[in-house]
Design a binder for this molecule. Structure first.
Ligand code: GLU
Length: 286
């Protein structure tokens, strides 16, 4: 029998829904450098489950920009859109544990319900928690509406999932003295899949990290709180626990995190105004 590969595995997992900026460069460079220093592997994963926002030209730009930065990665690259069966299987396991339910409320209905409840809590990303509950609709009505072809989101029954996993869920974060307590309940009944897509960011990321044998998840601090949901899903699905490191974000001159939505300068823009790859690496890591 071949011996399992003992090398640590790192990955950079961008979504091709825009051009990469210095924040992405920081993640990619840190992963590649940590892999190199540990004699490990560096993988690139294309997180393209959202067919409405992901574009082939952005995927092509990812390869071009990373190569420009001087990075190299293993081939073939895993593209999430090609692995829906793996996510469907994980979803089926959660469904078999009775942890998932369809919810039919539109975004507008959710907004109205939240507006009617001043002081309603938000999740760690600042979005209001789902203001309805599984108990608010009986199973027969859910089945009927699903059968009628209505659009729906499949949500995790968070209270049930947390009760099943029990107390003491945590993760190991590089640089922290002890385990970081996970608080998945702070996210409420998160969306795990949708009618047209048998997965979500949270579900695909834990499935892929396990399938690819990822041992070290190195990513921006903006994803630190999501690790609570990832650890919960890993426990529910019997997946291994990677070591996490959430690095500081690259901020712009106003102190805002870089983002496509605020028009942050892309790596391509930098290159076009004559910034060299060495300067870009320095800006990303500095
Ligand atoms: N695809 C995610 C993003 O672009 C990153 C996923 C991860 O590193 O866990 O923000």
């Amino acid at each position: 029998m071949p011996r399992p590969d003992p090398r640590p595995v790192f990955r950079f997992a961008p979504s091709p829904n825009g051009l990469l900026h210095l924040g992405h460069a920081r993640s990619a460079l840190l992963n590649a450098e940590m892999a190199r220093a540990a004699g490990g592997r560096f993988l690139l994963r294309i997180e393209d489950i959202d067919a409405t926002r992901c574009r082939p030209e952005y995927e092509a730009a990812i390869y071009e920009d990373l190569a420009w930065l001087g990075l190299d990665w293993e081939r073939p690259v895993r593209r999430q859109s090609e692995h829906m069966d793996a996510y469907r299987a994980a979803l089926a396991r959660l469904e078999a544990m009775d942890l998932v339910y369809p919810s039919f409320e539109s975004r507008a209905e959710i907004r109205r319900a939240v507006a009617a409840r001043p002081g309603w809590s938000s999740d760690p990303d600042g979005a209001p928690l789902f203001p309805f509950s599984r108990a608010a609709m009986d199973e027969a009505e859910r089945r009927e509406r699903q059968a009628a072809g209505e659009p729906y989101a499949l949500r995790l029954d968070m209270a049930r999932a947390v009760a099943l996993v029990g107390e003491g869920l945590s993760w190991r974060e590089a640089g922290e003295a002890g385990p970081v307590p996970a608080d998945p309940a702070a996210w409420g009944d998160v969306v795990i899949a949708r009618k047209e897509t048998p997965t979500s960011y949270h579900l695909s990321v834990v499935v892929d990290d396990a399938v690819q044998g990822v041992t070290h998840v190195v990513r921006g601090a903006d994803l630190k709180a999501a690790t609570s949901v990832h650890r919960l899903l890993q426990r529910l699905l019997d997946l291994p626990e990677p070591l996490y490191r959430h690095h500081a974000l690259v901020l712009d001159e106003q102190g805002c995190k870089l983002s496509k939505s605020i028009g942050s300068e892309s790596l391509r823009d930098l290159r076009a105004r004559g910034v060299s790859a060495a300067e870009a690496r320095h800006m990303a890591l500095g």
